[in-house]
Design a protein around this ligand. Structure first.
Ligand code: ZN
Length: 69
């Protein structure tokens, strides 16, 4: 029988598995191509390949980011 609880447990299990997989990809990535992306309230450099959030944008980066958009 499918219950919401079982569904959530299954989905949480999948989520853990997926997060581990992403982590492995990200730890093996050289982050050669990076671009600035806004993520909720913060703007950070993200790897184009593995999407890992990297360093925070500097004031100069932010100026460029906002002028461009
Ligand atoms: Zn990367």
């Amino acid at each position: 029988m499918e219950s919401p609880k079982n569904n959530v447990n299954k989905l949480l299990g999948d989520k853990t598995k997926i997060e581990k997989e992403i982590e492995q990809i990200q730890s093996g990535c050289s982050h050669a191509c990076q671009s600035l992306k806004q993520n909720q309230s913060e703007i950070r450099w993200h790897c184009d390949e593995c999407k890992q959030p990297l360093k925070y944008a500097s004031t100069l980066d932010l100026d460029k980011f906002f002028n461009r958009n």
